[in-house]
Design a protein around this ligand. Structure first.
Ligand code: FAD
Length: 327
């Protein structure tokens, strides 16, 4: 058996799943390389900052912990100041807040940044295919069309995108065909003056709009700004998925008017963002899938649920499976 460091490991995606997995493998003597199609870390753990300094967490709103393992990561992150608790004023006191709400600070992806120190990450490089080559896997990307051969590949992209990367004969792609991830249209709004509303978060499990939050009520988001994030519901987002951003912006403003009257009218910034794959509706119900020889793994939040903690669980399980195989 080869030394662990000599085993080549490619991890596709620098979201929570890929970052957790890379960090555990690095600690155990592996030398993983992450390939990430975007320019930054965190995946859906995302914050948009405008040139004029406005700040919007347009993906994950907050994360909670229900397991010992994830809580340990959160405790470490709290200790180094990478995350902070968020206690917004809720519109409806009936909303379940039995668990603490945490956010990255100053941006959401601060949760994963410390995990990725000393790990090679190839940014702005999109994987286009993963093909068997003897015992190895050839990973082709936009910047390396011929591809690189790796002994182990861990793919953490959203389930519906996996089938575009794996060869059709790979059994793994078929096994995840029932996994469903709903889209989410997001509206980012900024106001010159405080709206003077008596809540920071409005939340609903049904309806065309399901979440409205004053982003500026989160720690280190610029207290004096008045930036709000609105999420459309999964059904509404699916129905209107292919509509142009400008039209979605005006449709969502109409939805807000129907709920709150003129409260959200005097904005100076209004932009929509489409998440084609946002929250899992039907998970796999297993922490990951792997080939029989445990050289190719696929995973992500969608394996177990729709939360950051589920992504952590998947990344943790994949890393430990590869470590066990390599003993
Ligand atoms: C609008 C919205 C709101 C949410 N709210 C919450 C919330 O409040 N609380 C909560 O716990 N969770 C929430 N979630 C869910 C949460 O974002 C996910 O559970 C978690 O971030 C998933 O992490 P992941 O690493 O599995 O996937 P991702 O974060 O999607 O990471 C996958 C990574 O792979 C990269 N990638 C994709 N394809 C390729 C390719 N071909 N080549 C290279 N790289 C590729 C992507 O760029 C991305 O960085 C929300 C999600 C959205 C979108």
């Amino acid at each position: 058996m080869k030394n662990k460091v000599e085993q080549t490991v490619a991890i596709i995606g620098a979201g929570v799943t890929g970052s957790v997995c890379a960090s555990i493998l690095k600690d155990k003597g592996f030398n993983p390389i992450i390939i990430e199609k975007s320019r930054g870390l965190g995946g859906r753990l995302a914050t948009r900052k405008t040139d004029s300094g406005l700040c919007f967490d347009h993906g994950v709103q907050f994360f909670t912990s229900h397991s010992e393992g994830f809580q340990q990561l959160l405790d470490k992150s709290l200790n180094i100041g990478a995350i902070e608790t968020w206690s917004p004023k809720l519109f409806d006191d009936g909303v379940d807040v039995s668990a603490n709400w945490f956010v990255g600070q100053p941006t959401m992806n601060a949760l994963v940044k410390p995990l990725l120190q000393n790990i090679q990450i190839n940014f702005s490089d999109e994987v286009s295919s993963i093909v068997r080559e003897g015992k190895n896997w050839r990973v082709r990307t936009t910047s390396n069309k011929a591809g690189t051969s790796f002994e182990n590949v861990i793919c953490t992209v959203p389930a519906p995108q996996v089938k575009y990367l794996l060869p059709s004969e790979t059994e793994l792609a078929n096994e995840i065909s029932d996994v469903e991830i709903a889209p989410c249209w997001t509206l980012l709004l900024a106001f010159e003056r405080s709206l003077n509303l008596d809540f920071d978060v409005w939340k609903s499990n049904v309806g065309n709009v399901t979440w409205i939050a004053r982003n500026s009520s989160k720690p280190f988001r610029g207290e004096n700004e008045e930036c709000w994030v609105v999420h459309a519901g999964p059904e509404w987002s699916k129905k209107n998925l292919e509509i142009e951003n400008e039209e979605i912006t005006s449709m969502l403003l109409d939805e807000l008017r129907a709920i709150f009257g003129v409260s959200f009218s005097n904005y100076f910034y209004a932009v929509s963002h489409r998440w084609r794959y946002a929250r899992t509706i039907r998970p796999l119900m297993r922490p990951y899938l792997g080939t029989a020889d445990k050289s190719l793994f696929i995973g992500g939040d969608w394996c177990l649920g729709s939360r950051v903690e589920n992504a952590y669980e998947s990344g943790f399980s994949i890393a430990n499976s590869l470590i066990k195989k390599s003993r």
